[in-house]
Ligand binder design. Structure first.
Ligand code: HEC
Length: 236
């Protein structure tokens, strides 16, 4: 064959095919990025990430009843669920809401209550307990209350909540109240009491008078108040 300096036709064809074939992997990758799949990702080295197991509610031929989930064994109590103290676990004393705590109210209990209040309650009731948490504010934005689709979270600082017994508060958290859901399954018994203590502290903090401040710190507070007032006047 004479060398004409032209690229042979078969080589051109091969180059075109090669270009198309080279597009396949990026196209597959692009597709994988926008589609969803329920199967596990491809593992070249599995590292025991996926193992055979029985999932909740599935069948298991090993047991006579064919259930993978085993029922509770009769006559046994799950760890941490033993009721030995009605005051502690129900908030009731002689059938009435307890007016006292079943444990000493310590700084540690209040700190724990503050943390757990922030986790479970503040979303609706707000960090200061005025019923103005982000969920409530969002519902206001959507005007759900006006459409009777939403009952606003109660403020702790007016009306009934001010006079409720601590046992009543404990019961509210445990079993819910009216439209408020129950949190007994999610928050441990001790933590529920810690939250009660913290809610009481919140109420106290918002309804405090100068007489609640220890004598020694009162002067300092009044001095600060005076200097704040002066600063405000200077601004005018
Ligand atoms: C999903 C939002 C939501 C969360 C979270 C929530 N609450 Fe409430 N709470 C409400 C609503 C709504 C009401 C008013 C219910 C009604 O009147 O129907 C209420 C009412 C109350 C009341 C007044 C009960 C009374 O005596 O009338 C208390 C006290 C209270 N909640 C405490 C708590 C505490 C403590 C937590 C955290 C463990 C909590 N709530 C978490 C929505 C919530």
């Amino acid at each position: 064959m004479r060398d004409t300096g032209e690229i042979p036709a078969w080589m051109k064809r091969l180059a075109v095919i090669g270009c198309f074939v080279a597009l396949i992997p990026p196209l597959l990758a692009a597709r994988a990025r926008v589609t969803r799949s329920d199967s596990p990702r491809i593992h070249l080295v599995p590292d025991m990430d996926n193992q055979k197991k029985f999932k909740a509610q599935s069948a298991n031929p090993l047991f006579a009843d064919g259930r993978a989930m085993r029922p509770q064994v009769g006559g046994t109590i799950a760890r941490g669920q033993l009721v030995t103290n009605g005051h502690l676990t129900t908030g009731l004393v002689d059938g009435a809401y307890a007016k006292t705590f079943p444990m000493p109210v310590t700084r540690a209990l209040l700190d724990r209550g503050r943390t757990q209040y922030g986790v479970y309650c503040a979303v609706c009731h707000g960090v200061s307990g005025y019923g103005d948490g982000p969920v409530a504010r969002r519902a206001d934005q959507l005007m759900l209350a006006g459409k009777a689709l939403w009952v606003p979270p109660t403020s702790y600082h007016t009306g009934d909540p001010l006079t409720r017994e601590v046992g009543h508060l404990f019961n509210t958290i445990t079993n819910g109240i009216r439209t408020m859901p129950a949190y007994g399954d999610q928050i441990s018994t001790e933590d529920r009491w810690a939250i009660v203590a913290y809610v009481k502290a919140l109420q106290r903090s918002q309804g405090a008078s100068i007489d609640d401040v220890p004598e020694a710190e009162r002067r300092q507070l009044e001095q600060r108040r005076a200097s704040d007032r002066k600063a405000q006047e200077n601004e005018k």
